[in-house]
Design a protein around this ligand. Structure first.
Ligand code: ATP
Length: 611
């Protein structure tokens, strides 16, 4: 059943390239026919030479006599010439044969890579919560390569084996069915042993591949966390942990290598047995006159032709087994359901920016090992009119980010709970929604590109330098960028400069401003900047928020107090909703934290004045 599925899947991949494959296999047939027929002409030459030695000469036709050739000699020369000619034809055909099987396999895997990219781009946040980067990386590299090897070399060698073996056997049976049967004696054993070994190889490869994913993930994690590892002097621990992984991988590879190493010699040995049988029986039958010397010579050549494909067959079966394991891993990735997608009747929107949340309850998907209450939001309702600003305030882990993510459908809110301009966000196309509502996340990502391109990430084309500078000025990043050696051309990210936490946050704000959305959500984007910079940014945010809806997520009073409305979220529940003054008056968590934070600020100012 699984094999049938795999064949169907492989056939689906092959279909668009079927004509190229057909041409390649046609060329392969030409190569094989030439190869198999060629020794027959050697047999003819041997027979003619033998009859010349025996002196059974027919009369030489006059044209041959004119050029001084005897019939036999002519026959021998002609037979050798045909033999050589066939070899030339076979070698010329080898080029299209290889090209027309290799090129489509590369084209198919290029398509597979495109599908992987599309799938990964279409996948939503919940998928990435459980996916491991190491797994994804090894599917996109090692598994795609294993699939290519199955669709290229394995098909070529497999077809070569089938064609060559059938042709060779046909010719053998035509020449001498007795000697052909003798050659076949070891074949059932070859089949049995190959079957066993390929099964072991499949299992071994599956184990190695799964292990490789885990190791890739481990390496990725170590690189990503290198500062923490060095900061806590955990290098030795990390080294030991990696050594254990590496050792385990080595052991699994060793098992696979053992199976692989047993493959060729075993097949070689069994083919050697075939050779010996032909020599022994063929020799005896030639001596007793049962078969001609030419037939015996042709058999010796033909048996040699069997060796290559038999060994190649084992190899191609092992490639197919590896390819099947990889195809399965690819299937799991490509068939992973996309949880957040455009509904069939979803439409784009040109919004004013009115946000309404109605009785929103949301839970994160449970992990298998996490029973009990699941975090999320419970019965949240609020409204933000176009042009208004909303502060989302609450302690750590309260659900503030969750609310921001649900507004942009990074996680899917239940139908009928989140509306943009009165339209359920689930009825709006994702592209359009995320153009209208932009979320600058708590932790941003810098791409390996220039400051300019990082700021202009959301835009189709990089705007003028003056505009980029304006976005950066609003985020209070401009002066610092001018301090970099290459200014806005400075490379960031893995292959460039790394920004400070505060600079990253401000770049995230500049990036969001550049996107020019109707609704701008800043999720705790000011937590890593000092109080003065925070005040300055908050002042320029007033300009940015003018004419658009602004949502500021923070657990600092000074960040939210000037917002038109503030919603207080605690443990996923709204515990306060109103203006700064109203919330102070109402008492509760907001008032309590406000008193603390404002008193602290006053003390800080007094301390500064005193010094
Ligand atoms: P902070 O101020 O620390 O950023 P927050 O108020 O933004 O906190 P959220 O990030 O919304 O809090 O998290 C709310 C709760 O949901 C927390 O208990 C958190 O552990 C949990 N949570 C957040 N993201 C996920 C997720 N992807 N899967 C499962 N639980 C999550």
């Amino acid at each position: 059943m699984a094999l049938q599925h795999d064949i169907r899947r492989a056939a689906e991949l092959l279909r668009p390239e079927r004509w190229r494959y057909a041409a390649g296999l046609g060329a392969l047939l030409g190569v094989n026919v030439s190869d198999v027929i060629a020794p027959l002409f050697l047999a003819v030459a041997v027979e003619l030479a033998e009859s010349q030695l025996a002196g059974t000469l027919p009369s030489t036709p006059p044209p041959l006599a004119l050029v001084g050739l005897e019939t036999q000699m002519f026959g021998i020369v002609a037979a050798v010439a045909v033999y050589l000619g066939l070899q030339v034809v076979a070698n010329i055909l080898r080029y299209p044969m290889l090209m027309w099987t290799a090129v489509p396999s590369h084209r198919i895997t290029q398509g597979v890579r495109r599908s992987i990219t599309n799938q990964l781009l279409a996948q939503s946040q919940p998928f990435y919560d459980s996916a491991k980067s190491g797994d994804l990386m090894s599917i996109a590299t090692a598994d795609v390569n294993a699939i290519r090897m199955m669709l290229g070399p394995a098909i070529l060698v497999g077809a070569d084996t089938l064609m060559l073996v059938s042709l060779v056997l046909c010719v053998m049976f035509l020449l001498s069915w007795q000697l052909a049967l003798v050659t076949l004696i070891p074949l059932p054993i070859i089949y049995f042993v190959t079957n066993r070994l390929t099964h072991m190889e499949y299992k071994g490869f599956e184990a190695v591949q799964a292990d490789l994913s885990e190791m890739t993930e481990r390496v990725r994690e170590s690189y990503a966390g290198i500062r923490i590892i060095q900061g806590y002097a955990r290098e030795a621990f990390d080294r030991d942990r990696f050594r254990d992984y590496s050792l385990r991988h080595y052991t699994k590879n060793l098992v696979l290598a053992r199976v692989r190493a047993a493959f060729d010699p075993t097949l070689d040995f069994m083919l050697g047995v075939s050779n010996v049988l032909v020599l022994v029986f063929g020799g005896i039958w030639v001596a007793s006159g049962q078969i001609a010397v030419g037939t015996f010579v042709a058999f010796l050549f033909l048996v040699r032709y069997l060796a290559g494909p038999m060994i190649g067959f084992g190899w191609s079966i092992s490639l197919v087994q590896r390819g099947r394991a990889s195809l399965e891993r690819l299937r799991v990735l490509l068939e992973a359901p996309i949880e957040i997608y455009d509904e069939p009747d979803a439409a784009p929107i040109d919004a004013q920016g009115r946000i309404e949340v109605r009785d929103l309850t949301f839970e994160y998907a449970a992990k298998a090992d996490e029973p009990g209450v699941r975090p999320g939001l419970h019965r949240v309702s609020l409204t933000v009119e176009p042009g208004e600003s909303l502060g989302v305030f609450g302690p750590v882990g309260a659900g503030k980010t969750t609310l921001a993510r649900l507004l942009t459908r990074l996680y899917e809110p239940p139908r009928g709970t989140v509306f943009l301009d009165g339209v359920d966000v689930r009825d709006i196309t994702l592209d359009s929604l995320r153009e209208q509502i932009v979320l600058a996340p708590q932790e941003t990502f810098l791409f390996s590109s220039t400051v300019e391109r990082n700021v202009a990430l959301a835009l189709e084309s990089v705007p003028s330098r003056a505009e980029i500078e304006q976005f950066s000025r609003l985020a209070h990043l401009h002066d610092e960028v001018l301090g970099f050696d290459a200014g806005y051309e400075t490379m960031l990210g893995e292959r460039g400069v790394n920004l400070s936490g505060g600079q990253r946050q401000r770049l995230a704000i500049a990036r969001a401003i550049a996107a020019d959305p109707r609704v701008l959500i800043l999720d705790d984007c000011l937590s890593a900047v000092d109080a003065q910079t925070e005040d300055a940014i908050l002042r320029s945010l007033r300009t940015v928020f003018a004419g658009r809806t602004g949502i500021l997520v923070s657990h600092r009073i000074r960040a939210v107090r000037d917002c038109d409305k503030i919603v207080v979220v605690e443990a996923g529940v709204v515990t306060g909703y109103g203006t700064h003054a109203e919330l102070l008056e109402a008492g509760g968590y907001y008032a309590q934290i406000a008193t603390q934070q404002l008193r602290q600020e006053e003390e800080d100012v007094a301390a500064q004045d005193a010094s």
